[in-house]
Design a protein around this ligand. Structure first.
Ligand code: DC
Length: 230
């Protein structure tokens, strides 16, 4: 089965958007795109080339480098995982680190970066059957998505989840740093001028703070099944 429509999943950082999107992709045979990973890979490029240094951006160099930054995904069907590639290098683990997390909001608020990535995202979803997670998917990338979910959870719950996720990559991490980083990113994501995180009118809101994975999946799948059968 291949769905003619796209599914947009927006919401706060670390509320399980990517888990939901991956589950949907596996169940309905859709293509999953993690747009946060695209902004993270862009940020890594800028950090390595010192286009961003001490939180300051060299816009001139960024503009002239735009065409040399290529971000894509490769799916390992044996392990059922998708990895993010930056100019053909697998950067999946490094882009989840705290250094990239601390810089990504600065890069993600730039007009030239958003224009380029939104264009790439729209072209991936032009034929439907894509489930994409991010902050501006329902509002900007696919305003005509078949279903728009807005996922949220309390910040203490989200910080705990992110902490546990990051501990898989490194033991060199403190809970309070994660909490602080999330607070900052919530503020930046919702208050930035370009494509801020917003709850669009036609979105379906899900607060999963107190839901089990199973309960959450039931809600999501019921919503999709209703749409498919409508
Ligand atoms: O989903 P994430 O935490 O991996 O996203 C990383 C950052 O990228 C986050 O601070 C918000 C930003 N982002 C964005 O501005 N627009 C998107 N569509 C996806 C992510």
């Amino acid at each position: 089965m291949s769905l003619p429509f796209n599914i947009a999943i927006d919401g706060h950082s670390s509320c399980g958007k990517s888990t939901i999107a991956k589950n949907i992709a596996a169940k309905y045979n859709m293509c999953y795109v993690d747009t946060g990973a695209m902004y993270r890979a862009f940020t890594l490029y800028c950090m390595r080339s010192e286009i961003i240094k001490d939180k300051k951006i060299d816009i001139k160099r960024l503009t002239s480098s735009l065409d040399s930054i290529e971000v894509d995904f490769q799916f390992d069907s044996k392990r059922s995982i998708s990895s993010t590639f930056l100019n053909n290098e697998n950067v999946e683990s490094i882009i989840r680190g705290i250094e990239v997390s601390n810089n990504v909001s600065i890069i993600a608020q730039l007009d030239i970066v958003r224009k380029k990535l939104v264009m790439v995202q729209r072209s991936i979803g032009k034929d439907g059957n894509v489930v994409m997670d991010g902050r501006d998917i329902g509002s900007k990338v696919f305003p005509d998505a078949g279903i728009k979910f807005f996922i949220t959870a309390r910040i203490d719950v989200r910080a705990k989840r992110r902490y546990e996720q990051m501990r898989e990559y490194t033991s060199n991490i403190l809970f309070k740093d994660i909490l602080e980083n999330l607070q900052k990113r919530d503020e930046q994501d919702t208050s930035r001028i370009l494509n801020p995180l917003v709850k669009v009118k036609d979105s379906i809101v899900l607060d999963n703070s107190d839901l089990s994975l199973n309960e959450q999946n039931q809600f999501i799948y019921n919503t999709i099944n209703t749409k498919i059968n409508s």
